[in-house]
Design a protein around this ligand. Structure first.
Ligand SMILES: Nc1ncnc2c1ncn2[C@@H]1O[C@H](COP(=O)(O)OP(=O)(O)OP(=O)(O)O)[C@@H](O)[C@H]1O
Ligand SMILES: [Mg+2]
Length: 142
């Protein structure tokens, strides 16, 4: 599968791009987000949550590490920046019936098979960002 590459000029476009993912990323999907500090990982997740009707703040969950949103489908948002690994956070328990977004996903090795996660990389570009999306190869339950 060729990855999709999208140029994102502004924060507003990043939210809209995140919102557009509700049509393809569903309950049971896990999304590994890669990108440096300030790349726009949380902004993309915010757009996704707003498209599901969430109306409160969406912050980088740096201090509580994990936030769960009671949307439909429910969403788990994790930021692993301050830890070495996802172990001990209980993420496994929610994978099947939530959408799980993981920031700093290099620390989530072993959470699920690498090719069963969606991979979203956000790179800084001359004007804005470039987002690269690689869909999961297989459904988590197959
Ligand atoms: N094209 C763009 N796409 C996304 N964000 C942008 C863009 N241009 C500017 N920004 C700004 O970049 C910042 C992105 O912050 P965000 O919290 O989403 O990054 P992050 O990747 O989650 O960082 P962290 O690793 O610290 O959690 C916001 O302040 C946003 O307004
Ligand atoms: Mg963030």
């Amino acid at each position: 599968v060729d990855p999709e590459r999208v140029r994102i000029k502004t924060e507003t476009e990043m939210r809209a791009f995140g919102a557009s993912l509700v049509h393809t990323i569903a309950a049971g999907d896990t999304v590994f987000l890669y990108g440096e500090l300030g790349a726009g990982k949380t902004t993309l997740v915010r757009g996704y949550l707003e498209a599901l009707g969430h109306r409160g703040p969406v912050r980088s969950p740096t201090f509580n590490l994990v936030q769960i949103f009671p949307t439909e489908p429910p969403v788990v948002h994790v930021d692993l920046y301050r830890v070495k690994s996802h172990e001990g956070l209980g993420l496994e328990d929610n994978l099947d019936d939530h959408v799980t977004f993981v920031e700093w996903a290099d620390r989530a090795a072993g959470l699920i098979e690498q090719d069963q996660a969606w991979i979203i990389k956000i790179e800084f570009a001359a004007e804005g960002r470039v987002v690269i999306v690689v869909p999961a190869h297989a459904a988590p339950h197959s």
